[in-house]
Design a protein around this ligand. Sequence first.
Ligand code: CTP
Length: 411
Amino acid sequence: MSDQLVLEGKRVVLGVTGGIAAYKAVELCRELINLGAYVIPILTEEATRFVSEKTFSALASEPAHVSLWSDPDPLPHVHLSHRVDLVLVAPATARFLARYAYGLADDLLISTLLAVTAPVVVCPAMHTEMWDHPAVAANLEVLRSRGVVVVEPEQGKLAGGDVGMGRLPPPPTIIAEVVRTLASSDKEGSWRGLKVLVTAGGTREPIDPVRFISNRSSGKQGYALAKEASARGAEVFLITASNLPPPKVAKVVQVETAAEMDQAVRSLVPESDVVIMAAAVADFRPAQPRMHKLDKREGVPTLELEPTTDILSWLSKEYPDKILVGFAAETTDVRERATRKLETKGVDVMVANDVTKKGVGFEHDTNEVTVMTSTGEEMFVPLTSKEEVARAILDVVHRMLADRQSREIGA
Ligand code: CTP
């Protein structure tokens, strides 16, 4: 991955409400800044009873906002809501959750939240009895149903010496959720800094200078994936065995045989973050391709075949840290065969399709696939364009990347 800070260029409103855990929001603000975020603090009136507005003004990217009325901007909630990638409320009190669930826009924070279209993450923190109250649970349910992400509190020491559920989680846990939420909300350009290697087309294994063994793969699905990854901002390396004109991506390597594809993959994989093996690589090749065209007057030739390298299996052994995507074009027992390949080839994502179905797979402009992951996710994409299938596959890879990134931060 690039050296860019994980929240570089991201504008985060940090809402702080009036609970004792407000003092922990100071550390959270610092951490967000350290990771490259532009932090705009909004404190509720009650929050200022626990922490000073000055503290946040000193640490954040701009002075803290506290009131609809005292802000130098006559419409602070509208302007703040326009220039933000995510709103994080930590800690979120029971009172705040109730006001937010009811849309009670009686202060700057809730007014901003009602005006904003960016994703929102709330981190409730309160005493166990309050956390367990059905009113709090109901308000959280309302907020979740509207797409608000909730970082649940932790078990531990609470104010006053009590022990129980309700503690605000530490900054790395909260920031991991911020990163995950930002990653899944921002597709366009979100792969900037990533290098993605895509293979496409069916390899040709020469029998003699004019004949070859090949398969029906056209390369269209691989091309759609390369185009989509490029549109998302990734630097794309495309290794193609297809005859179709390749899309405009950072680098295109034209190959013919499985051995050439293997070589090209080996040279480009060290600098790639994600490898998508959409190519239909021949499993066998003529052991001794003839130098001259076979002559039928010499009789029916016997072709001795030898296995090629299984590129994907090699990749998963040599580069276990890369995200690897494989394809399984099947004609029978699709699920079973694809699941087996997911495991034996050691990939993160396996895209399975039944190529006996009308409009599915080889040569068509359409496809119908099941995307399976090593974490047990399974997603069916009904018959649609190969571009749409590419988007669905990359969304799954996107989630994996975000999970990986947030695990690294949370670790
Ligand atoms: N693959 C590979 N190298 C090979 C053969 C296949 O990297 N020599 C990759 C393909 O690009 C694809 C995945 O492995 O992403 C599954 O290919 P497939 O041909 O379905 O798998 P095989 O292991 O060859 O199994 P089968 O016996 O069904 O052909």
